[in-house]
Ligand binder design. Sequence first.
Ligand code: SAH
Ligand code: SF4
Length: 353
Amino acid sequence: MTLTKAKMTNILKSDDEKKATALFKEAYKVKLANIGNKAYFRGIIEFSNICTKNCYYCGIRKDNKNVNRYTMTHDEIVDSAIWAYKNNYGSIVLQSGERNDKQYIDFVSNVLRDIVQQTDGKLGITISLGEQTPDTYQHWFDIGAHRYLLRIETSDMDLYKKLHPADHSFNYRVECLKSLREIGYQVGTGVMMGLPYQTYESMANDVLFFKEIDIDMIGMGPYIVHHDTPLNNTVDNSPEANKRRFTLGLKMIALARLTMPNINIAATTALQSLHPLGREYGLQAGANIIMPNITPRNYRPNYLLYENKPCTDENANDCIKCLENRISMVGESIGYNQWGDSPHYFERKHKQV
Ligand code: SAH
Ligand code: SF4
């Protein structure tokens, strides 16, 4: 479907709840027609909150001194991956703060190697480890990671500058997305919605940006305040503002689905932070990926990118059961033991041959 920038801007701006419901229904129909009603799991392991960067919105930014920094051990990470495999998750995501030193790169390489070996290469592996050199991306790909998530955060260069210190580069992030694609990863990106200074038109442009770079996967969610961050003072954190961010989150999923019918779209945890059934609503607005948190419970309170992150006191076993019920409640089934790759990725690969 062709949605113009003006049309998308109006949809995002509108307060009409009936129109929003109709939009979600339309997007859900497009999802069913193109990729069916299966939701795929990516068990996310947030293995380290050490970060060398200073994004103004993020709770684990380098200069936040109120964070207990941790890195899970090699064995803890591999055990979590094996747990996901044994529990039929199909895929995992390894995520951390950004580091570019050799010790970290080697650590990740060894973890990846061990996970591939111990799961006979049958577990899908997504990584979300920030900006790295093309050589590092290639190295991790060669070991067996095959999807990469790197949010552009906003496609608006001026807004990007307001949200990051001067040494963070929008252009380099775009270069990273390009090199990931050249290497052969399924590439995912995304943005936050409801950021300070962000306009509706800017979010409409985000959808056009995803389409333009021909992305395979999207993981995006509402911006949520973290008080120990520089952005804190500039933000309206009222219940009304957060409700608006939540609705924007759903609308952006729907617009992305209508524009890109066969990509993978995640119903992210940030949606759940703003509404207990946020992820289920996300599935009904066109998303098809759920990322249950399988980080060992003792580490979770220290991976607070934002406040009120859900499931910080549940363990992975509880989460599976509650998720299963909640997903079937909205008429979706879970693609257990399947990678659930982005159909769009195979389509574009096929076109290249
Ligand atoms: N360091 C890596 C991966 C971890 S951060 C990276 O930055 O790519 C993962 C995502 O968390 C970021 O891309 C950002 O979009 C999101 N995030 C950070 N702070 C947030 C906040 N306050 N509200 C919502 N999402 C946030
Ligand atoms: Fe670090 Fe990622 Fe947070 Fe930025 S968003 S401070 S890179 S963890």
